[in-house]
Design a protein around this ligand. Structure first.
Ligand code: GRF
Length: 195
């Protein structure tokens, strides 16, 4: 049974779906939900689901990424995760942190990588006139949004779409894709899945 720590910065809708999926014959269980934002909405949702929570406030380590990550590692070492899922986690992690957890970190990104790494993915897809959009789950490496892709889900871009309407169409697919990819990853499978 793999232990999974989930890192969030906001509402945590992906975290909720991951936690909800991790039951029964699913080969993993959530051991911690950690946020860099003390009042992140996802923390209350995690507590309602009886998941241990921690806060490592990046504002207490202004300009000191190493100090922030040392506090992050202290919380994680206590939880002993086999896998770390970034889910709406909005801090860039250093190469040192990533090598400390090499091969154990997943992230969900709201675009069909390698397109639109970084932020504002939906507005960029609309500006480009794309007819499809979607989300990707990938292994986290030192290259931002650049690690091996483990799964993708596609949605159509519709006439009149805004970044908000497109995000609203992609997010439910994230909630299906991430638990599916985590289940495979926890079971040792690495072949990419496409929805
Ligand atoms: C989602 O679009 C996700 O792709 C991105 O952050 C957004 C909010 O995610 N990583 P959540 O509701 O906090 O899980």
């Amino acid at each position: 049974m793999k232990r999974v720590a989930i890192l969030i910065s906001g509402g945590g809708s992906n975290m909720v779906e991951l936690v909800r999926s991790m039951q029964g014959d699913y080969p993993a269980r959530a051991c911690l939900v950690l946020s860099n934002v003390p009042d992140a909405g996802g923390l209350a949702k995690a507590r309602e689901m009886s998941i241990d929570t921690q806060v490592v406030d990046h504002r207490e380590h202004k300009g000191d990424r190493a100090g922030f990550e040392a506090a992050l590692n202290a919380a994680l070492d206590q939880a002993r995760p086999d896998i770390i899922c970034l889910a709406g986690f909005m801090r860039v992690l250093s190469a040192d942190f990533i090598s400390r957890w090499a091969g154990k970190i997943l992230n969900i990104h709201p675009s069909l990588l390698p397109k639109y790494k970084g932020l504002n993915t939906h507005s960029r897809a609309l500006e480009a006139g794309d007819s499809i959009a979607g989300c990707s789950v990938h292994e986290v490496t030192a290259e931002l949004d650049g690690g091996p892709i483990l799964g993708q889900a596609q949605v159509p871009v519709l006439p009149g779409d805004t970044a908000e309407t497109l995000a609203a169409r992609v997010l439910p697919m994230e909630h299906i894709l991430y638990p599916l990819v985590l289940r495979r990853f926890a079971g040792g499978e690495r072949e990419r899945v496409s929805l």
